[in-house]
Each structure stands twice: as structure tokens, then as C-alpha cells.
Design a protein around this ligand. Structure first.
Ligand code: 3UK
Length: 519
């Protein structure tokens, strides 16, 4: 099979990820498992072409954005590659946002067409009049999805010549949810998916045509887009798509039904699956599991391995980098580490002046690799702060050990100093969460009577446990004992809350907690 990297100067990603399979004789191979449907690469290619024609008929031109507000399913795939194939720019939207966020993103991106799942239409209706640039709304009905029949493209020609785009033309955008401010349009180019495919999916996961992928993160998320779509499609493997929300029983029944070889989740999902008591013991069809999105606690890695006999590879990726660039490798996992640099990428840990810091010291993580976005859409200052020539500043604090493993310490903007020493919220949150009464915890810096910054813990208790000053004190003692003699790390305040503020992708919004006054 043709390697994915390097790509030629004239390169349309839709031809590599879809059409190539027909030329290489995989037209009859299953690309997508969706409910009872098994959709072949040949069928996908024809539908992609029909969407391309239908979009042109609506007047969509080169470089115009086509928003996709779609539940996971075949129409997402057809629309994503169909838009790309005519040189337009698909823009998958998070399906969990509130109406004002859709108005913001649709106006900011100036998408002219939106392809929307019927179930999600009510999310757009309230802001319909605020949309300045949207001209057409294409609706995907529930019944159509189940039948794999789509009246909008019915009758369109099934052959389509790809727009001869440059490898450096815009291919797709994703709005990064971020933990602060308005979402930013991350612009990705036609060559970006190929770079991530070659170096991470093939290089680290050893992906091949015999694999079957199943991912908890949805296609609108950079993590899910690679895991459920362009990684399997890049190697001629198959993917399992599911439109609904995931609860542990659903995940286990889908695992048993489709028997995937690769499974992708976030740490919270692994925790929920482990906590589910009816868990079947046999997941031996899984070759590897991947965790990303936030740090995977070592205890989860161990428990998963003991229960199911398969490794979880923790790795860090970002929307800006398209996918994972530091990852554990099969057979050489260090629990608690994000892993080693993915071959093909480079990583540096630097101080605020850009000087590399020695192993064991905390610094800012910089990444180099050709899957990294060139800029944020019309955000000149934010782009300059983030994309520094060859290097991209992830905004994460990291530590490297002597053997080249990287350890996540916290977001740059969540980290703070206590008594002149760096304080890692992640480290102490893990200790608070060991307390049997605690369900969730987030720690932020708060000012004491002297105006000095000290750690404050926001704690959600397990159902049935009541907050009390005694319990707060007990939690403080619990941490003190474990951090001794680094007592500066224990939380000076414990604030009980019924829930923590989170972004649509589940990241805790610590800036909101920081704004709260200390009692
Ligand atoms: C954090 C991690 C510790 C980190 C993502 C493609 O999460 C993805 O993209 P986002 O833009 O968020 C990026 C930020 O999330 N993070 C991600 N992975 C880890 N922190 N350990 C990890 N393993 O702050 C990063 O800057 O939403 C995108 C592919 C995989 C992904 N996880």
C-alpha cells in the first residue's frame, strides 16, 4: 500500500482516503458498520461524489465552508469527503453546543451551507435570524440514516473528478472548544491527515487493513475524527459508527456485537466502563486501547489491564495538531506518562524565554510536525502566540524524564506557584480523589488574606455523602499525609459543589472556579 507521507504537490485528501481504495481493489471491502448496515468503500466513494455534485448545485465554491452538524453516521462521512473533494471546506460542529455558540461559529466561519441531523435542528432554530452568511440548510432525517438512503443526493451522478487542490490548501476546520474565551477556527490543510496517519496511526498503532476501529469520542472532535474516520480510511480498515450517547451497557454491547481490534476512549470513559458491574470479561478481540483528552491515571491503566488483559496507550493530541504527537508505545508503557514523541514529530520543553529545560524540570511543551495547523482563522494575535514558525505552543506544562518520556503537569494557565514553587493541580487532584467520599475535584489558585496564592479544592461528593466542615478537614489531612513534607501542596480551602463547570467536551473550566470568592 502506498505510504501516506510525503504527499505530492497537487493533492486532494478525498482521493487518498476514499477513491484510492477502488483503484487498489478494495471497492467491496466494508468501510463502515452502522447498525445493521455494512457500507463498502465503493458505496462510500459513490455517495461522496453525489454529495460533491449536490453541494455544487447549491452554489458551493472552492474554499467555502460547509458546516456539518451531524450525529455520527454515514452522512457525516459522505459530507466530509464530498465537500473536500470539490475543494470546499467541511467544518464539523460539536453537537453538544447551545444555540448562541452555533450562531457565533456559523458567522465566524461564514459557512454558506449547513448539513444538519434532524434531531439537532432545534438547536439552530432559535438563532436562525442571526445567521448572516448561511444560505442553505440540508437536513438528514432519522429514517434516512437508518435506511442509508438520502433523497438530497438521490439522482446525482456517482462519478466526480476531484478538484486539483494543492497539498497546502485548506481541507477542513475544527473549532477548538478551549477552556477560555470564544472558540477559535483551527484551519487544517489537505496534507495534515496524511501526516498524522503515517506517523501515529501506522507508526505507533501499526494500523492495517485488517483493523476495525471503535471510538467513544465523536467525529466532530479531532480525536474521534482520526480514530473513527481518517485513520481506518487511510489504511482501508473499517470503522464502527454509532449516533447515540454512550453509557457503559451500550459500549459493551457494541463491543460484543462488532468485535473491534482498536478501541479509543477518554479516561472518564475507561473509569465508567470499569465501574460497570456487568462487564463481560472477554474483550480479547481488542488488540490495543487508546486514551487521550486528559491524563490517564496509572490506577486506571493497571485496573483495565488486569480486568481485560489489554494495554491502554495514553497519548496527548490537540485540535491544532490534528491528532496525537506524544504517545506510549505498545509493550513499553510508563503508567502516568503521556509517553514518548511519536516518530516524525519533535517535542521540546522550554522555559518562558524559550530555553530548553533539563529533564525533571517543568516547562512549556512545544511541538513540531506537519499535521499542525498553520493558523487560527482571522485571529492574528492568537495565531502568533501559538504557531511559532516550525514550533507550536500547546499551552501545556510538561516534564521530560531522562529516558525521553513526557509527563503532563497541567495546562499552562491552570498552573501556579505556591511559596515560589510550581504547583500541579493534576497531581493534588488525584490525591483528593483517592478519598472515599470524593467523586470529582478541581484545584485552582486563590488568594489568602495576604494576597498570596494558595490551592483551593472544589469538591463534588459521591451521592449520599453530606458536606460538613469535619469532612473538609478530613480531606485536607488526607492530602497532607500524602504530600509530606511538601505541605505547601495541601488545599487551604475545600469548597463543596454539586457539580463542576465543564466545556462541551468535558474539560473542567478552571477559570470559572478561579473567579469564585473564597469564603
Ligand atoms: C489536553 C491531555 C493530558 C491537553 C485531542 C486530537 O484532546 C484533544 O484535543 P483538544 O484540542 O484538547 C487538547 C488539550 O487536551 N490533553 C489531551 N490529551 C491529553 N492532557 N494527557 C493527555 N493524554 O491540555 C491538550 O492541550 O480538545 C485531539 C487527538 C487526541 C486528543 N486528545
Amino acid at each position: 500500500m502506498q505510504p501516506a507521507w510525503p504527499v505530492p504537490e497537487t493533492f486532494n485528501a478525498a482521493t487518498y482516503f476514499v477513491d484510492r481504495h477502488l483503484e487498489e481493489g478494495r471497492g467491496e471491502a466494508v468501510a463502515i458498520y452502522f447498525g445493521d448496515a455494512q457500507i463498502t468503500y465503493g458505496e462510500v466513494a459513490r455517495r461522496v461524489n453525489q454529495v460533491g455534485h449536490a453541494l455544487r448545485r447549491l452554489g458551493v465554491r472552492l474554499e467555502e465552508r460547509v458546516a456539518l452538524l451531524l450525529l455520527d453516521g454515514p452522512e457525516f462521512v459522505y459530507s466530509f469527503f464530498g465537500a473536500m473533494k470539490i475543494g470546499a471546506v467541511p467544518l464539523p460542529l460539536n453537537t453538544l453546543l447551545q444555540p448562541p455558540s452555533y450562531a457565533y461559529i456559523l458567522n465566524d466561519s461564514r459557512a454558506t451551507v449547513a448539513i444538519v441531523s434532524q434531531e439537532l435542528l432545534p438547536q439552530l432554530a432559535p438563532v436562525r435570524r442571526a445567521l448572516r452568511y448561511l444560505k442553505h440548510l440540508v437536513v438528514v432525517g432519522t429514517a434516512e440514516a437508518a435506511l442509508s438512503f438520502w433523497p438530497w443526493i438521490e439522482g446525482e451522478a456517482t462519478a466526480l473528478e476531484a478538484e486539483p487542490t494543492s497539498k497546502d490548501d485548506m481541507a477542513f476546520w475544527l473549532y477548538s472548544s478551549g477552556t477560555t474565551g470564544m472558540p477559535k477556527g483551527v484551519v487544517h490543510l489537505h496534507h495534515d491527515m496524511s501526516f498524522a496517519l503515517e506517523h501515529y496511526a501506522r507508526g505507533v498503532l501499526g494500523m492495517h487493513a485488517g483493523d476495525r476501529c471503535f471510538a467513544i469520542p465523536k467525529l466532530f472532535f479531532a480525536y474521534g475524527l482520526g480514530a473513527s474516520l481518517y485513520f481506518p480510511f487511510g489504511v482501508g480498515a473499517s470503522t464502527v459508527l454509532y449516533p447515540g450517547p454512550f453509557a457503559p451497557p451500550t459500549v459493551f454491547s457494541l463491543l460484543q456485537r462488532y468485535r473491534p481490534t482498536l478501541f479509543f476512549g477518554v479516561p472518564t470513559a475507561y473509569a465508567a466502563l470499569l465501574a460497570h458491574h456487568d462487564a463481560p470479561e472477554d474483550l480479547s478481540f481488542l488488540r490495543l486501547c487508546v486514551s487521550a483528552g486528559e491524563a490517564l491515571p496509572p490506577a486506571l491503566y493497571q485496573r483495565w489491564r488486569e480486568r481485560f488483559g489489554v494495554e491502554i496507550l495514553d497519548g496527548i493530541g490537540t485540535t491544532e495538531a490534528a491528532h496525537i504527537f506524544i504517545s506510549n508505545r505498545p509493550g513499553r508503557v510508563k503508567p502516568g506518562a503521556s509517553g514518548e514523541v511519536v516518530p516524525g514529530y519533535a517535542a521540546r520543553v522550554v522555559d518562558d524565554e524559550g530555553r530548553e529545560v533539563p529533564p525533571g524540570e517543568i516547562g512549556n511543551l512545544l511541538i513540531k510536525g506537519d499535521s499542525v495547523a498553520p493558523f487560527y482563522w482571522h485571529q492574528h494575535d492568537k495565531s502568533k502566540q501559538t504557531f511559532l514558525g516550525d514550533w507550536y505552543a500547546t499551552g501545556d506544562k510538561y516534564m521530560r524524564d531522562e529516558e525521553g518520556y513526557f509527563y503532563y503537569v497541567g495546562r499552562a494557565d491552570d498552573l501556579f506557584k505556591v511559596g515560589g514553587q510550581w504547583f500541579s493541580p493534576a497531581e493534588v487532584e488525584a490525591l483528593v480523589m483517592e478519598h472515599p467520599a470524593v467523586l470529582e475535584c478541581a484545584i485552582v489558585g486563590a488568594q489568602d488574606a495576604d494576597g498570596l496564592v494558595k490551592p483551593r479544592a472544589h469538591v463534588v461528593l459521591k451521592p449520599g455523602v453530606n458536606p460538613s466542615p469535619e469532612l473538609a478537614q478530613e480531606i485536607q489531612e488526607h492530602v497532607k499525609q500524602r504530600v509530606a513534607p511538601a505541605y505547601y501542596k495541601y488545599p487551604r480551602w475545600v469548597v463543596f459543589a454539586s457539580e463542576l463547570p465543564k466545556t462541551a467536551t468535558g474539560k473542567i473550566q478552571r477559570y470559572k472556579l478561579r473567579q469564585e470568592a473564597t469564603a
